[in-house]
Design a protein around this ligand. Structure first.
Ligand SMILES: [Zn+2]
Length: 701
């Protein structure tokens, strides 16, 4: 009675790569003859399946399992509105209790993730940082931003966005969120330059009537601005981007300090040291709560100074036999200035490439953060015409990103520059942790070495006989301890880090004498409620992740679930053309398969499926209405395919009826054209930027 499956896909199924998503399936063990029972019952409402070896229930369960797995993957980044608790709390409510509320709408769950802290007191609120999360690994998703459902209830309180520094995980959410919840954006000169840059380069148009309002604050003069019930001040601190600051907020119940990302570099390249004096002064005056960044409190000791890299670059330029390519983060402007200085010292020209590199450097030169002797910058197109020993290219791609400038030059796909023997490549970064970038970087280094290119990367710098090529932008344990020492807070709240890192940071604070009850490891959405003598977690507000694609558009969680399902199981579309009067098929059913099986290698299965479809139309089409027919058809095909292959692809039945009303197909709007237009526009803008950059070097001292 138990027929063996007629094709070999079962064994193929068993050999599938184990997915890292923890799914399991027990399909094969469920075989049971149920088709016979069904076929004996002509009154059964469902379609019958002859010689079935898998029960309908098993097939349905398998499909549900696939869908649940896909949902689980997609739900790692769920919008707040998708949870029932969130909907209950959406209503406007007036909170007049005299408590300070600090809420991480993002950034309390893992490094570099959509950092966003809300400070709320009675009728006033400010947002500190508003970043995006570039670490989202879902098909077609570029990044995540914080869910702002909670802000809808308190929009009348919102007075300002205050930004610690210009990294995307602190500003990348602004072009999405500020137009919805308008308020001025405050920050240091460089930070505001970056904010304007990302608004200018944003892929989507801003809503009608929206105006970007920015306020540049001077972190060197301890300028204090009154914003609602708060006084706000920025204090300069060292990190991996110019103009990094702590945010000091004096609230009616006490002072809070958000450190932003930091390290305490004793010799920063731009000589703009951390304003330790001011931090100590603030500490002496009294600090209610320190909100301290927690990227790497587990790293012992102190982070080496950025200036330890200087000699390494001079040495490489002394030694390199030909052209030199340096891959570096575009926002690491001080380090880029250092490379420019070394190149100028060696009489070399500099070409920049990569969109973010062009865009950020253009802004940095315009605002005077980078100084370049006239004639130093040359267009990337002129590189092939220069003497090899005269060339330094500064570009993006140090993380092995597949479409980056460096990768294109390495693979020979770059329009102007192709790597060749005796070129030298310096990777002035380390792989961003937990991204999988180290494998990408490894592959790129292999490709370059095959071409005879000399590689210098930080991990092997000792072996290659040069000094360090990268230092972290974040503090190590002793520096985190210093920060607690300087500010002497009553309450300690680790922010901007993974749970484990924040916990380690709390241990450090306790070692330094802060009572455990005065610390809290809060998660996204937790309301940290504070009075002058007490801090506690008092509830949780809606929070979550909104997913954004390459164009800047929001992508629904439902769409992502389908993409995950497609990537795991594939898709089968069935197109039937049926005569309305006779109920007969007018043509052989069309079957379209994508990512499921290769049809030409599975003719038996396809023929069997066509046979099933003919039977299904004959048996059921005239007896039930079209919608129900399509539902049954879908179930039937799902069952049949699972029985034959132990897989549950997405099944899409399309039924064309001739001789009556023809089913309308949904017309796809020409979105492709729009994104092409956007790409063209951006291309134009970058061209202009390039031109401006090349003419601007006259602005040097
Ligand atoms: Zn940062």
């Amino acid at each position: 009675m138990d027929n063996q499956p007629t094709n070999t896909s079962t064994s193929e199924n068993n050999n599938r790569k184990p997915s890292n998503r923890g799914r399991s399936r027990g399909g094969g063990g469920q075989r049971r003859a149920s088709g016979g029972a069904n076929s004996k019952n002509p009154n059964s409402q469902a379609l019958t399946i002859p010689k079935a070896t898998v029960s309908r229930g098993a097939a349905v369960r398998a499909q549900k399992r696939s869908q649940a797995d896909a949902q689980r993957v997609a739900n790692q980044y769920l919008a707040a509105s998708a949870t029932p608790a969130a909907r209950e709390r959406r209503a406007n409510f007036i909170d007049d209790s005299p408590r300070l509320r600090i809420i991480g709408l993002g950034g309390m769950d893992g490094g570099g993730s959509k950092n966003m802290m809300l400070v709320e007191y009675m009728d006033d609120a400010i947002i500190m940082d508003c970043g995006n999360d570039l670490g989202v690994d879902l098909p077609g998703i570029n990044y995540g931003i914080a869910d702002t459902t909670y802000l809808e209830g308190i929009r009348h309180k919102l007075r300002a966005y205050v930004i610690t520094h210009g990294h995307l995980d602190h500003i990348g959410g602004l072009p999405h969120i500020v137009p919805k919840f308008p308020a001025p954006i405050y920050g240091s000169k460089f930070t505001i330059g970056r904010v304007e840059e990302i608004f200018e380069n944003f892929g989507l148009p801003m809503p009608e009537g929206f105006e970007l309002r920015t306020v540049t604050m001077n972190q060197h003069t301890h300028e204090r601005l009154k914003i609602g019930a708060f006084f706000v001040e920025l204090v300069g601190i060292t990190h991996a981007i110019p103009g990094s600051t702590c945010i000091v907020v004096d609230t009616p119940i006490g002072r809070i300090i958000n450190t932003g990302d930091f390290r305490l570099d004793p010799q920063p390249l731009d000589h703009d040291k951390t304003d330790v004096e001011r931090l100590k002064e603030l500490g002496d005056e009294g600090v209610l709560a320190l909100l301290s960044e927690s990227t790497t409190p587990e790293r012992l000791g102190r982070t080496p100074s950025e200036s330890t890299l200087e000699q390494s670059f001079v040495d490489i330029m002394d030694r390199a036999p030909g052209r030199i390519f340096v891959a570096i983060f575009s926002t690491n402007v001080n380090r880029i200035q250092m490379i420019i200085n070394a190149a100028v010292h060696h009489g070399k020209k500099i070409a920049l490439d990569g969109r973010s590199m062009m865009s950020t450097l253009e802004m940095a030169v315009r605002h005077g953060f980078v100084k370049v002797p006239k004639g130093t910058f040359v267009p990337i197109a002129s590189v092939p015409n220069l003497k090899d020993t005269d060339v330094v290219v500064v570009c993006t791609g140090g993380q092995g990103e597949p479409s980056s400038a460096l990768q294109r030059m390495a693979s020979g796909e770059h329009r102007h520059v192709k790597m060749k023997e005796q070129d030298t490549v310096v990777l002035s970064s380390t792989p961003i942790p937990e991204t999988g970038n180290d494998a990408l970087i490894g592959n790129m280094i292999d490709d370059l070495m095959r071409k005879g290119v000399h590689i210098f990367n930080h991990a092997n710098h000792d072996l290659q006989g040069v000094g360090p090529l990268h230092v972290s932008g974040h503090a190590s344990r002793d520096e985190y301890a210093d920060m607690i020492n300087f500010t002497k807070p009553k309450f300690f709240v680790p922010i901007y880090g993974a749970y484990r890192s924040k916990q380690s940071h709390i241990d450090l604070a306790i070692e330094m004498g802060i009572p455990r009850r005065n610390t809290v490891n809060a998660e996204n959405g937790d309301v940290i409620s504070m009075t002058a003598d007490k801090m506690e977690i008092d509830g949780n507000v809606p929070h979550g992740t909104i997913l954004v694609d390459q164009t800047g558009a929001i992508v629904s969680n439902v769409v992502v679930k389908d993409r995950v399902l497609l990537s795991e199981e594939g898709l089968v579309a069935i197109v039937l053309t049926v005569d309305k009067r006779s109920g007969n098929l007018l043509t052989s059913p069309d079957i379209i398969s994508r990512g499921f099986i290769y049809m030409r290698d599975n003719e038996d299965l396809m023929n069997g499926l066509r046979h099933e479809l003919r039977r299904a139309v004959q048996q059921r089409f005239k007896r039930i209405d079209l919608d129900r027919f399509k539902v049954e058809l879908k179930d039937h095909i799902t069952h049949y395919l699972f029985e034959q292959t132990q897989r549950s692809p997405i099944v899409i039945p399309v039924v064309n009826i001739i001789g009556g009303k023809v089913e309308a197909k949904t017309a796809q709007q020409g979105k492709a054209k729009t994104s092409e237009e956007i790409a063209k526009e951006q291309e134009k803008r970058f061209q202009k930027m390039r031109e401006r950059l090349l003419t601007q070097d006259a602005r040097v001292d």
